[in-house]
Design a protein around this ligand. Structure first.
Ligand code: CU
Length: 605
């Protein structure tokens, strides 16, 4: 009898779980909309169903999310990536163009359909070249009544912080989106034609302002003596931001969809694409309002125009009739309070360190110029150059040869991983700037970082060569390393990540500074291709999108379907500049020539 009762209870639990899982179905008609979110300039943005900001997606863990996209943008291709969602067994729904799908050209439809088996704070954004800085991004929140902190707060808020540009991406001078290229992703076009040199260093475009919830001067109404959950998402294209609440501490409970042991903090450093959830408790008194403060990380900016305001105050509104004052801030906050070190977080599930990696991928980051004079970014001196066929479709049509890295092309930074192996990625940053790296389809353990986050984080910026990770001589890895899906690699330093290749699929590994992604700071991890062939099936409308775009959906990286090892015709990057003529060399040469001429002129005079 007790056995039967247990069985009935189990059946009831399963039934209740199934009933709770809903189908959330949306129709996203992508349209141009005019918006003026910072009050400084109206501009065209990518809206959904003639509205912008885009709809926040709220789902429950276990829900099936179906989004029917129609591209009504007329001039611009698109796609949607569901940032942080694993898409286990639905790799074809991940969204990055030329990794797992073709770009959706104007007039085409494309349906994303997947089950959300995670909980926490996510976001969705366009993943076809530089398209999300034009506004196609928004929060995606997965609620979970079983979260360990679910009964500790009364109400929750999701807020986005982001940089903002007044110009359309195609008009931003950093990149020369040669007329019509963005709308015509022909098989012969490469990224090369899209990038033009502005400065030899390839300085990133400076934003015009910073937004909070896609606007400014936001007020979040709170009651006294109450605990809230605040989700913070950086949906920007480039700039990391510091975040704090005036005179309130908070407790970190989630990072990038991973629940953490509670950790008190006063300032967060949120790089683009990163997320934090914090609990905070309001004060007893409603006498005044308190600022929600954001400060852009000015270290990332090559120049700060007088018109650019780095800090913003939004408010916790205790009292609508009290004043709303801007908080006085220290802009170089890093010197006073560098923000919480995410490396010190412990995942709530206490998943131990993944031991004994059987695959180690060493990637050295660098920035430089190729012989067309344009700035690029490199992994191991190789800039990512898109294949002619989305890499997933190559994997699915290559048969046994799908396990051979060669079929994915020479210029896609492709790595084939074995099913369920422990993979270690060692990132060495041979660049004087920091980079937020994202891996699709996974959380990785952050097992080492040097210099550690804090006041020394930027200390190696001016070094001539990077500090490499030494596998035989390093500080002990954490017992329970934090897992997340975006990690910041310090200037001229290194980061070591580990994950289990438990998600057969093609997953992009890239810098989330959108300008750097465009410059080729990306790799393609091809996870368990033979297993992928058994599990992944691509719906017809995804192939139809390829047909409409004129892109092949079978064959190797060169779209060769006969001989997968023949890559003749694959897209190629520009060539390296001849030895001795690298970027810094050219600048030095120009300056020394000018100096010599000035010197000669002085003598002649
Ligand atoms: Cu980067």
């Amino acid at each position: 009898m007790p056995g039967r009762i247990t069985f009935l209870l189990l059946a009831l639990t399963l039934l209740l779980t199934a009933c709770r899982a809903a189908i959330v179905e949306k129709h996203f008609n992508l349209t141009w909309v005019n918006a003026n979110p910072d009050g400084l300039q109206e501009r065209k943005v990518i809206g959904v169903n003639n509205a912008w900001p885009l709809p926040v997606l709220d789902v429950n863990k276990g829900d099936r999310l179906i989004v029917h996209v129609y591209n009504d943008l007329e001039t611009t291709t698109s796609s949607i990536h569901w940032h942080g969602l694993f898409q286990n067994s639905t790799n074809e729904m991940d969204g990055p163009s030329m990794f797992t799908q073709c770009p959706i050209v104007p007039g085409e439809s494309f349906t994303y359909d997947f089950t959300v088996d995670q909980s926490g704070t996510y976001w969705y954004h366009c993943h076809t070249d530089n398209c999300y800085p034009d506004g196609e991004r928004q929060a995606l929140v997965v609620h979970d009544s079983d979260a360990w902190f679910a009964d500790q707060y009364k109400e929750e808020f999701a807020v986005t912080v982001s940089d903002w540009y007044h110009n359309m991406v195609e008009d931003i001078t950093f990149l020369d989106l040669s007329k019509g290229q963005r709308r015509l992703p022909s098989t012969s076009s490469t990224m090369l034609t899209w990038i033009a040199a502005l400065s030899p260093t390839g300085a990133e475009p400076i934003p015009d302002s910073f937004l909070f919830n896609d606007t400014i001067n936001t007020k979040i109404s709170v009651e006294p003596n109450t605990t809230y959950l605040l989700r913070i998402i950086n949906t920007g294209a480039f700039v990391a931001q510091y975040f704090y609440i005036e005179d309130h501490n908070f407790t970190i409970v989630e990072v990038d969809g991973v629940f953490t042991e509670p950790e008190e903090a006063s300032v967060l450093y949120v790089a683009v694409a990163q997320r934090y959830s914090v609990l905070f408790t309001t004060k007893e008194s409603t006498a005044r309002n308190y600022g929600l403060v954001t400060i852009a990380d000015q270290v990332l900016l090559d120049g700060i125009p007088d018109t650019l305001v780095l800090n913003q105050t939004n408010w916790l509104q205790y009292n609508p009739s009290a004043s709303f004052d801007a908080v006085n801030v220290t802009l170089n906050i890093v010197d006073e309070n560098p923000g919480f070190d995410d490396y010190s977080l412990v995942p709530y599930d206490k998943e131990p360190l993944f031991e004994n990696p059987t695959k180690v991928i060493n990637l050295t980051i660098s920035m430089g110029i190729l012989d067309n004079g344009k700035p690029y970014a490199f992994f191991n001196d190789q800039t990512y150059t898109r294949p002619k066929v989305p890499s997933l479709y190559t994997a699915l049509t290559a048969g046994e040869e799908a396990t051979n890295e060669a079929v994915y092309g020479e210029y896609t930074n492709s790595f084939v991983l074995n099913h369920l192996e422990v993979v270690e990625v060692v990132l060495t940053n041979n660049d004087g700037g920091s980079h937020p790296f994202h891996y699709h389809g996974h959380n990785f353990q952050v097992v080492s970082r040097f210099p550690s986050y804090g006041e020394d984080f930027y200390s190696l910026s001016d070094d001539v060569s990077p500090s490499a990770f030494d596998p035989n001589n390093h500080t002990a890895f954490p017992t329970y390393p934090i897992r997340r899906d975006v990690v910041v690699v310090p200037p001229m330093g290194n980061v070591v990540l580990r994950f289990i290749a438990d998600n057969p699929g093609v997953w992009a590994f890239h810098c989330h500074i959108d300008w750097h992604m465009r410059q080729g700071l990306a790799a393609t991890f091809i996870e368990a291709p033979l297993e992928m062939q058994k599990r992944i099936s691509v719906p017809d409308d995804h192939f139809a999108a390829c047909k409409a775009a004129g892109i092949s959906y079978e064959g190797n990286a060169a779209a060769n379907t006969k001989d997968y090892l023949d890559l003749k015709g694959q897209n190629k990057p520009a060539r390296p500049v001849p030895a001795g003529f690298e970027a810094r060399g050219i600048v030095a040469l120009v300056f020394s020539c000018i100096a010599a001429l000035v010197g000669l002129a002085a003598i002649a005079w």
